[in-house]
Write a protein that binds this ligand. Structure first.
Ligand code: HMG
Ligand code: MG
Length: 296
């Protein structure tokens, strides 16, 4: 049996744009966000408060937040205390912290071991919960690491449990380099739902090897109904070599609607949002739904 409804958490403005080398004007980003909201995407990662030296594209995070908090569930990423301090200077009330299960990836991404990151993040999570923030934790390399290969499933379960005990509201469990097989996705998400029933559980699939829709189908069967997706299939982590975009929001919305699972996404308005950002991108959009919409 499948759920009647699924939630798509739009990560295009953050994961989708962070890898673009040429700076995209802030106004183009805020227009993109506004149009995505108009297309029915109520939960969204707007931007990230990371080091502008590491990820220059996200240097306008505070400006994005100041003009995009009007409606919806607006999440921003922050990797450390400095990022949190910047978030506290805004009106944003939902933060995503992020950590990789594998040390090598975590070091390349945030310059710390996984353990060092956890030791820094746990008091931050307590502080955020005391201030009534919504806290999400993004778990990178939950299946494969670009440097270490296959990641131990138990290590993922343990890290997720540690975050749950620390008080996070949501876990976004990620296949950073798009290598998970649907059997692996089914196995991990079944165990996560069974072991951590009180946390919102979200699946974050990159589509590097075109397995993301199959993985979403497998995660649905495991009982997941929340998926991170990116308009146009944009995205990729600058510190995961070869990582390409997230699974495309339009392809996921189309598949789920065809399965009778409602997402609240208006596909023509979503295409309009993608049309608006494409002139600023270094890449073309190759999601199935978008290509067809443009040739019909
Ligand atoms: P570091 O160099 O070890 O840190 O970077 P540092 O404390 O030595 O600081 C270096 C400089 O950055 C200093 O500036 C700091 O002030 C500044 P300086 O004194 O040299 O002028 N700085 C900051 N500035 C603004 N905001 C901050 C901040 N922190 C330090 N928050 C650091 C450590 C974590 C900052 C860095 O490694 C970093 O920014 N990493 C972010 C990497 C990133 O954004 N990755 C992509 C997002 S995660 C992702 O995509 C995966 C996900 O989608 C799930 C999946 O698919 O797997 C979520
Ligand atoms: Mg990602």
């Amino acid at each position: 049996t499948y759920p009647k409804k699924a939630t798509l958490i739009e990560v295009g403005p953050r994961d989708g744009l962070q890898n673009e080398k040429t700076f995209i004007p802030t106004e183009a980003k805020t227009t993109f966000i506004r149009k995505l909201k108009a297309a029915g995407l109520k939960e969204m990662e707007l931007t990230s408060f990371v080091s502008p030296k590491w990820v220059p594209q996200m240097k306008d995070a505070a400006d994005i937040v100041s003009s995009c908090l009007d409606d919806g569930h607006n999440i921003v990423l922050a990797p450390n205390q400095k990022g949190i301090d910047r978030v506290l200077g805004t009106k944003c009330q939902a933060v995503a912290v992020f950590v990789g299960v594998s040390d090598s990836f975590n070091k390349k991404n945030i310059n710390k071991t996984t353990r060092e990151s956890m030791d820094e993040l746990k008091p931050i999570i307590s502080m955020l919960k005391e201030r009534n923030f919504f806290v999400r934790a993004c778990i990178s390399t939950s299946f494969y690491c670009p440097y270490e290969g296959k990641v131990d499933e138990q290590a993922v379960l343990d890290l997720c449990e540690e975050f749950a005990f620390a008080g996070v509201d949501e876990l976004s469990v990620a296949d950073t380099i798009g290598m998970a097989a649907p059997t692996e996705a089914y196995s991990l998400f079944s165990k996560l739902l069974n072991e951590l029933p009180d946390v919102l559980m979200t699946a974050h699939f990159h589509d590097t090897r075109k397995m993301a829709l199959a993985n979403i189908y497998a995660a649905l069967q495991a009982g997941i109904s929340r998926f991170d997706t990116s308009a146009g299939g944009l995205g990729g982590c600058p510190f995961a070599p070869g990582a390409t975009g997230n699974v495309a929001t339009e392809d996921v919305a189309y598949m789920l609607e065809r399965m009778g699972i409602s997402t609240g996404v208006n596909l023509p308005l979503l295409v309009d949002a993608i049309d608006g950002i494409t002139p600023f991108l270094s890449r073309t959009i190759d999601s199935g739904y978008y290509r067809l919409a443009k040739t019909e």
